[in-house]
Design a protein around this ligand. Sequence first.
Ligand code: NAD
Length: 421
Amino acid sequence: MPIAVQDELNVYESAEARFETAAAKLGLEQGLYYYMKYPEREVTVYIPVSLDTGGIAVFTGYRVVHSTVRGPSKGGIRFAPNVSLDEVRALAAWMTWKCAVVNIPFGGAKGGVICDPAKLSKSELERVTRRYTASLSDFLGPERDIPAPDIGTNDQIMAWVMDTYSMHVRQATTAVVTGKPLDLGGSLGRKEATGRGLMICCNKAVAKLGMKREGCRVIIQGFGNVGSEASLLMHQAGYKIVAAADVNGGLYNERGIDAAKLYDWVHGQQRSLPEFPGGEKLTAREILFRPCDILVPAATENQITSENAHRVDCRILCEGANGPTTAYADPIIEKKGIFVIPDILGNAGGVTVSYLEWVQDRQGFFWREREVNEHLEEVMEHSFDEVVRYAETHRVGNRIAAYIVAIDRVARALKLRGFYA
Ligand code: NAD
């Protein structure tokens, strides 16, 4: 059990615990350990925004750059009421390790604003986004720090980020942000990329464990960008989606749910997920404990904890969300013999296609969707193989193997660069 964790539900402590375990196994020298442990920069901004009702509200925003050792920092912006500096710190570090696991030339960062986007009008949301971007404009840039969407943000918000930054630097700069609309330098395949990356990892795991894809029972928690795209793609590929959930609740049907119809129900018709006909209603938490072959937590952090990990009943745990499993839950999951596809590998399809979007913006030449998907598949398959090979050769779990592959890559870049004094 990791000693470093005082508060199991503090995601920063959970992230640190894994880093420390991996760094110790790697024999990372002390100077490098401290350099990689702490972020390079943490910025807090207070954003005054005029409300539609006439008053002014001041929102708190953060941007943490964990590392620029391997390239400009990359990481999403989260708009949610429970955003905290510790959460943004953890997410920024995970971005460093994620980019390094899949070997794309970025460091890691993350941003967040404490707000509830559901309670803001579209114009208030635009003003929050623009003022947040303006406050950070000295730090952002295609060669510096490149945001993307995360929980509570979307392609429209990325378009406002791009426009605000471009107005400040007096030139149109599409490559300053990824996850943009297709009409504004976005990439084909980006919307589906994280879900597709998850499916590619599941395909590899299923083959490795000698299982059959057809009829393989899948449970997906979260039906936003990651969860709904993963459900749709996996349904189309022959997997059987037996349960799905969003913040409103869950739905279970052991005979399988038509994920294409559910996708249309939620995103097309804007109806509530648990009201979808043909399934047993459950809470979003309960679906995690129904028996299945593949469990995909793709909603939010701290879903699988030391309190409930013993109830997880799957062969493969494929993490779509960042940090869905706490560090205390790791040994329980490992003891059950569950094959873990850790978040920094499983959900790396999103940042991989963000990288491809950035490349296309910078070269001013855009690829067909097939080409984007081929690149993604190659990156994900290769990274999966590297992590699993390391885990098997060094007799560590897949999660620690992924951290070690990543930390080692950052350490090598750091040694080559040396320390500028
Ligand atoms: P999103 O805002 O599009 O969707 C989040 C989904 O989770 C929604 O369906 C929401 O209803 C549901 N949800 C929220 N709280 C819940 C709860 N307590 N129980 C059940 N469902 C709940 O966000 P997203 O972009 O899909 O991101 C989901 C997760 O994936 C986050 O952890 C995010 O950091 C991670 N992630 C996203 C991307 C990406 O490309 N969008 C890439 C890598 C990782």
